[in-house]
Design a protein around this ligand. Structure first.
Ligand SMILES: C[S@@+](CC[C@H](N)C(=O)[O-])C[C@H]1O[C@@H](n2cnc3c(N)ncnc32)[C@H](O)[C@@H]1O
Length: 333
C-alpha cells in the first residue's frame, strides 16, 4: 500500500470497566478481553477516531456505564464507526446491553453538530453473554441507517450489519486483479459466492452477461440488490442463504453452469459441501479470494482434484498487521 497508515474504514472500540471501576474505551489485547486504551491508532481512519473519542467523552461526562463482562451489567458495549472514504459519509453504531441510553437525544445532537459527516446513527441491542459484537436488533436513531461509498466507478450502499472490505484503497486493486484473472469477455455467466453487498460481481458486471450472487446475511443481500439498481445493472440476481445449502439446489434446480465463479469466503474458508459442489459444477475458472492463507491452502488442495492453480497474487490489505489477502485463479483441468 502506498500510504499504509490510517487506512481502516471501520473502527470497533469496546467500552468496558477498569479495575478501579471507571469506564474505559480502546482495543482488546491479543487473545484477551483486557481493554487497552488508545491515544492514536495508526491504522484507523483519523476522523472515525476523533468521533469515537468525542462519544467517549460524552459517555464519561454523563456517567453512561461501560459493559462489565463479568457481571453482564452496564450499558455501552462497543462503539462502531464506518466511513465511506470516497463520499466522506459516516455511520455510527452504538452496541448496547440495555435499550435506553441516558441522554440519548443530547448525545445525538452534540455529536452530529460537531461532526456533520455523520449521516446516520444506529443503536444495536446485544444483551447476550457472547463475544459476538452485534446483536440482532437494530434501531436507527438518526438518519437513514446506511451510508454510501464508491469502489471504482460503482456506488455501494452499506448497512450496519453488512460486510464491506476495511481497506477500500487496496480493495480496488484486489478486485482489478480478480477481474483480470477471470478473463471476462462479456459473454460469461458468473457466480459471486459469499458476495456481501455484491461488490465483486457488480465491479465486474460491465464485462459479464449474467451475474448471480449468494450471501448469508439478509440485509447484505438487500443492499446487493439495491446496489445493482443504483449502478443501473439489470443482469444481476442475488440470493440469501449459505453457499453450502444454496449452491447445490441452485445448480440442480436451475441447471446453470457458470463460466467463472468468484469465491470470497470468511476466514474459515469454504465449507466441505461447498467445495464438493464446486468440484461437481466444473466451471471453466474459479477466482478464489481469501483473507486467510491457511484455509486457502487447505481449499486449493481439495479443488486441485479438478482444477489447476494457475496464478496467485497477494494484496497488502492489512498493513502493520500479520494478515494478508490473496487472490488466485484456477482453471478446469
Ligand atoms: C470476506 S467477506 C466477502 C464479501 C464480499 N465478497 C466483499 O468483497 O465485500 C465474506 C462474506 O461471506 C458471508 N458468509 C459467511 N458465511 C457464509 C456462508 N456459509 N454462505 C454464504 N455467505 C457467507 C459473510 O456474511 C460475508 O459477507
Amino acid at each position: 500500500m502506498d500510504n499504509p497508515k490510517y487506512y481502516r474504514n471501520k473502527l470497533v472500540f469496546p467500552v468496558g470497566i477498569k479495575e478501579d471501576g471507571t469506564t474505559c474505551m480502546g482495543v482488546f489485547g491479543e487473545r484477551s478481553h483486557r481493554i487497552i486504551e488508545v491515544k492514536d491508532c495508526l491504522i484507523q481512519n483519523k476522523k472515525c477516531q476523533q468521533i469515537a473519542k468525542d462519544i467517549f467523552e460524552f459517555v464519561k461526562k454523563h456517567n453512561i456505564s461501560g459493559y462489565d463482562e463479568k457481571n453482564l451489567t452496564g450499558i455501552l458495549r462497543h462503539i462502531v464507526i464506518r466511513i465511506g472514504i470516497k463520499t466522506n459519509e459516516i455511520m455510527v453504531t452504538l452496541v448496547v446491553n440495555e435499550s435506553d441510553i441516558p441522554n440519548e437525544n443530547m448525545l445525538i445532537e452534540e455529536i452530529t453538530k460537531k461532526h456533520s459527516e455523520i449521516k446516520t446513527i444506529v443503536k444495536n441491542l446485544n444483551n447476550k453473554n457472547t463475544n459476538v459484537i452485534f446483536g440482532k436488533e437494530n434501531k436507527v436513531i438518526y438518519g437513514n441507517g446506511y451510508i454510501y461509498d464508491y469502489l471504482g466507478d460503482k456506488k455501494f450502499k452499506i448497512s450496519p450489519m453488512s460486510f464491506y472490505q476495511v481497506n477500500p484503497i487496496q480493495t480496488e486493486k484486489l478486485y482489478k486483479k480478480a477481474v483480470e484473472y477471470a478473463e471476462l469477455t462479456g459473454k460469461e455467466t458468473i457466480f459471486d459466492l459469499y458476495c456481501g453487498i455484491g461488490t465483486i460481481g457488480i465491479f465486474a458486471s460491465d464485462k459479464v452477461e449474467k451475474l448471480y450472487g449468494i450471501e448469508t446475511i439478509p440485509d447484505a443481500v438487500e443492499d446487493a440488490k439495491e446496489n445493482a439498481k443504483l449502478n443501473g445493472i439489470e443482469n444481476a440476481e442475488f440470493f440469501v442463504g449459505n453457499v453450502e445449502n444454496e449452491l447445490p439446489d441452485f445448480i440442480s434446480k436451475r441447471n446453470i453452469v457458470p463460466d467463472v465463479i468468484f469465491v470470497d469466503p470468511p476466514r474459515k474458508g469454504c465449507d466441505r459441501v461447498a467445495i464438493e459442489t464446486l468440484l461437481k459444477i466444473k466451471s471453466n475458472r474459479i477466482v478464489y479470494i481469501s483473507c486467510n492463507p491457511a484455509t486457502l491452502a487447505r481449499d486449493l488442495k481439495l479443488l486441485e482434484e479438478k482444477y489447476e492453480l494457475k496464478r496467485i497474487s497477494i494484496c497488502d490489505m492489512f498493513p502493520y498487521s500479520s494478515h494478508i489477502e490473496c487472490v488466485t485463479v484456477l482453471n478446469l483441468k
